[in-house]
Design a protein around this ligand. Structure first.
Ligand code: ADP
Ligand code: ADP
Length: 239
C-alpha cells in the first residue's frame, strides 16, 4: 500500500495565489522522491500540506491510507507521528544539548513536565544515543546545539526526525544552508538512514544535480502543478 497519496490536491492562499493546483501522486515504501522546481513553484506548500502545517483547499491527502485532511485531535496526532520532518534551518532548541534536542522532539516530551525538567526514560535515552552514534554525533551528546557547525546541527535534526520512527520523512531544502561538502555528507546520511529503514522520503531540493544523484523518482513542480514525474534518467532524456 502507498504511504502517502495526494488526490487532486489544491491550495489557494487567501491572496488568491494557487500554491498547489490539482496535484495527484502516490509515494511507496522505500521510495526516495525529490521535489524540484523554481522558487515559488509550490514545493514548500506541498510539504507543509502533508502534515497539515496548513489546510489545503481541495482534494485529499492520505497518510498510510488515512485522510489527514479530515483528522482531528488524537487521530491527527497519531497520523503526524508517522511523519518526520527535517528543516532548512534545523529548528533546534539552541540552549539545549544535542541529546536533549533529540529527546525533546520525541512526541510527548515537547510539552510534558518531564521534558521540561529534563527527565527522560532510560530506554529513550539509549535509543537517542544509538541514533546519534549512527550519524557520527556520539562524541557531542552534551554539546549545546548553539556550539555546533551547520552540518552538525543538521545531523541533530536528522537524529530527531528518526527518533520518532516515522514511516514518511519530509525534508524541506535540507542542504540549502550548507557548504557543498557538508551538503554531501547530509544527503548521504539521510539516504542511508531512510534506505535502511525502508521508509518513504520526500525531499524538496532546488539543485537538480543533487536530486538526480539520490532520488529514485523526481517530481517537477511549476506554478503549483506537476510538470514531470519520473526517474532521473527520464528527466535528462526529456530535456
Ligand atoms: P517554493 O517552495 O517552490 O519556493 P512556495 O510553496 O513557497 O514555493 O510558494 C508557492 C506560491 O505560493 C508562491 O507564489 C508563493 O508566493 C505563494 N505563497 C506561499 N506561501 C504563501 C502564503 N502564506 N500566503 C500567500 N501566498 C503564499
Ligand atoms: P494559511 O492559509 O496557510 O493559513 P495564510 O494565507 O493565512 O496561510 O498566510 C499566512 C500569512 O503568511 C499571511 O499573512 C501571508 O501574507 C503571509 N505569507 C507568507 N508567505 C507569503 C508569500 N510567499 N506570499 C504572500 N504572503 C505570504
Amino acid at each position: 500500500a502507498s504511504l502517502l497519496t495526494f488526490q487532486d490536491v489544491s491550495k489557494v492562499y487567501r491572496n488568491g495565489v494557487h500554491g498547489l493546483n490539482h496535484v495527484t501522486f502516490s509515494v511507496w515504501p522505500g521510495e526516495f522522491v525529490a521535489v524540484i522546481g523554481p522558487s515559488g513553484a509550490g514545493k514548500s506548500t506541498l510539504l507543509r500540506s502533508i502534515n497539515r502545517l496548513h489546510n489545503v483547499t481541495g482534494g485529499h491527502i492520505l497518510i498510510v491510507g488515512e485522510d489527514i485532511s479530515r483528522a482531528r485531535g488524537r487521530h491527527l496526532r497519531m497520523l503526524r507521528r508517522q511523519i518526520g520532518m527535517i528543516f532548512q534551518n534545523y529548528n533546534l532548541v539552541y540552549r539545549l544539548s544535542v541529546l536533549q534536542n533529540v529527546l525533546h522532539g520525541r512526541l510527548g516530551y515537547m510539552s510534558s513536565v518531564q521534558g521540561m525538567l529534563g527527565r527522560y526514560c532510560e530506554e529513550d535515552k539509549r535509543k537517542a544515543i544509538g541514533i546519534l552514534r549512527e550519524i557520527d554525533m556520539g562524541d557531542f551528546l552534551n554539546t549545546r546545539a548553539a556550539d555546533l557547525s551547520g552540518g552538525q546541527k543538521q545531523r541533530v535534526g536528522i537524529a530527531r526526525a528518526f527518533m520518532q520512527e516515522p514511516q514518511i520523512l519530509l525534508c524541506d531544502e535540507p542542504i540549502a544552508s550548507l557548504d557543498p561538502s557538508s551538503a554531501k555528507i547530509i544527503m548521504d546520511m539521510i539516504f542511508a538512514m531512510a534506505s535502511r529503514r525502508r521508509i518513504a522520503c520526500v525531499v524538496n531540493l532546488h539543485q537538480i544535480d543533487v536530486a538526480a544523484a539520490y532520488a529514485s523518482r523526481i517530481i517537477g513542480l511549476r506554478k503549483g502543478k506537476i510538470v514531470f514525474d519520473g526517474t532521473p534518467g527520464e528527466l535528462t532524456d526529456g530535456v
